[in-house]
Design a protein around this ligand. Sequence first.
Ligand SMILES: Nc1ncnc2c1ncn2[C@@H]1O[C@H](COP(=O)(O)OP(=O)(O)OP(=O)(O)O)[C@@H](O)[C@H]1O
Length: 746
Amino acid sequence: MTQRPDDPNHDPENDGTPDRSDPAPDDKGAEIVDLDAARSGRNADRSPSEPKPTTDDADGPVLEGEVLRVDRPGPARMDWRASLERKATSRQPLIPLWLRSRAEAIETVRWASLHYAHVAGYQVLRAPLYAGRLTVRAPRGFVRLVNGMVRWTFDFEGEPVRVAAVQKSDYDGYLKLSRQRDSRVRLRVWITGTILVTLLVLAIVVTNQPTAAQWGVLAVAMAALGILGKPADRPLINRAVMASEVEKLSSDIVVRALSVLGIAGITQALSKNPKDAIRFVAPITRDGPGWRADIDLPYGVTVADVLDRRKQLSGALRRPLGCIWPEGDSSIHEGRLILWVGDKDLSTTVVRSPLKQARSHDVFKGIPFGNDPRGRLVTVPLIQHNVLIGSQPGQGKTSSIRELAAGIVLDPTVEAWFHELKGTGDLDPYDKVCHRYVSGIEDEAIAYAADSLTLLRKVVMRRSAALKALPADLCPDKRVTRVIADKRSLGLHPLVCIIDECQNLFAHAEYGDKAGDDAEFIIKLGRALGVVLILATQRPDRDSLPTGISANVSIRFCLRVAGQLENDMILGTSAYKNGIRATVFVPEKDAGTGYLVGATPMPKVVKAAYLNTPETQLIADRAFALRKAVGTLTGYALGETAEQATPNFDLLADILAVVPLSEAKVWNEVIVDRLAELRPEIYGAWAALEGGAKTAQLTTALKPYGARTMQVWGTPEGGGKGANRIGIAREDITNALTERDKGKAS
Ligand SMILES: Nc1ncnc2c1ncn2[C@@H]1O[C@H](COP(=O)(O)OP(=O)(O)OP(=O)(O)O)[C@@H](O)[C@H]1O
């Protein structure tokens, strides 16, 4: 509805006629209709054959009422709390970022001390060189001094002016200048004479002083003359640190770089509004060893678009790729870019492990894992989590595992089950503290790792019952805590199982399927029970990494991978789409650097700490001593023979033993109960499971033999109503047994 000028409520300052040259601030965003233009437009749309409306018709009925605008005038009114919350997100820190983390502050102070110690040491070592230079330059300095004094005393500086006065025949001027010179020279001769006499007296005094003082005075004199004799182009002192070649990051440089990335949204926005298309929401500051710019990208452009062009950004900023770390902050919005440009290339940095010096460690506090590009320590929480590490070969998976393993073994309460299925012995230093350990690529090693998973599955089931039985005051959250872990008799201490090169297990023809099922089971249920699985693979595809594992694991570390598929297998579905791309890392050069997801609130680029073999050996020795002292060395570490997951029993034969020929089909749950009666030490844990878990247990156990389960009609053993439930056909078990035995014979 619009107001008319003849309306009694008409507001002359707001008559509904838009003044495009001077939009009133109050009208910001209001929908104002130019009636004349609108009507003429409407009439123009009519076909000439249509009857022309009468003037009244054209104007339409005049409606009365209050003008209601779509956009209300005045500033946007927000709830004050919401407005405060919004402001809170952009508060500048009271304490500088580097002082907020103890580790970062220590690192900065350490860096500054080392830097200045280096500068001091460098200059002290070169003192003889500087003394030599001063001596060589002293004669030239002496000549310059004498020359300067003579010129000053006899006012040679005024000579050209006096000559010019003569040449211009300016006698008055010349006379004035000559008089001035005479009076000046008279005074200066006195001064120079006094200085010379003083120097002479000083020289006589010095000749009567001890030799050390004479040398001291000579040194000072030579130094002074040497400084005076310095050639203009050669400084006396060498620079201990070459001037940083790092250009200070400025808004102009950032805008220039973003504008050449070829992102259509940025190019268009800049062409329309070169000044404000890219907004800096905070001043560009130093943040750690680099510069940080907080930027709002133009509307419609997301951080993922920029991440995609990190290489181009590196070229545009004229900095090595390893210095360019764009990051998003989706807690604000998807277009908020935090661009961090480091002074140092991350790929040339080796991160020292804080565990190198640690006497012991508590895994409940997480494990120090590496540094982010800004040099801040990143810790991986372990309890309540599982970890998946992946990359193409040679990118640092085993090194990352070594670092995690260091934290694990330095906590003497943790039971370590380590499996390294490459056979290179990278984890061998730790074998002396492991409850289970294997290194190898052959079938025996794979079988051992598969056995570990089967045993671990049982451990998880047993722990589940043990945790359930704990009194509520000891275990209010139904999960293992430090207090519970420390009560060894409960058997709920942390148990960490590492399988490096796990593709060799999961893709194994004989053990792969079952191992995959077990691992998935452990990942899903083990978390609250203190059981942690750490898997590393160089072949992240569906065959080598069951989707049940890649979908359920909670912490992921992806070093360089070749493509989107591998990226998302490790980092989770849509990671690539969301700009978390481990494809940006450079093969080999970026070894140890990867995206860490799930360990920190936001995905992070992290360079893992690196431990070489001797350092790993020292850590393992400390861990051994620690464990020996508290009595937690068990299993492999004590040279005990490995516990076997598969003692001498034969599931297929056992099933045939408990299912008579007369029963063609039987429910799984019935078979499990009968098996438990037959061999309680083996099947007892299965029978303790409830409902679907009991049925699923047998289904899973039969899978490796190719024996399928099906819907079976039956009635409960103790009597009751008939029903369809999951079961097996006896004939299928007989066939599976025949097949298996045939295979063994061949
Ligand atoms: N965090 C790191 N910092 C520095 N260099 C590293 C780091 N991690 C790995 N490297 C370098 O990369 C090399 C290969 O590392 P590593 O053996 O851990 O790779 P990998 O991914 O396990 O290889 P593969 O897939 O063949 O088992 C190391 O020898 C080391 O030179």
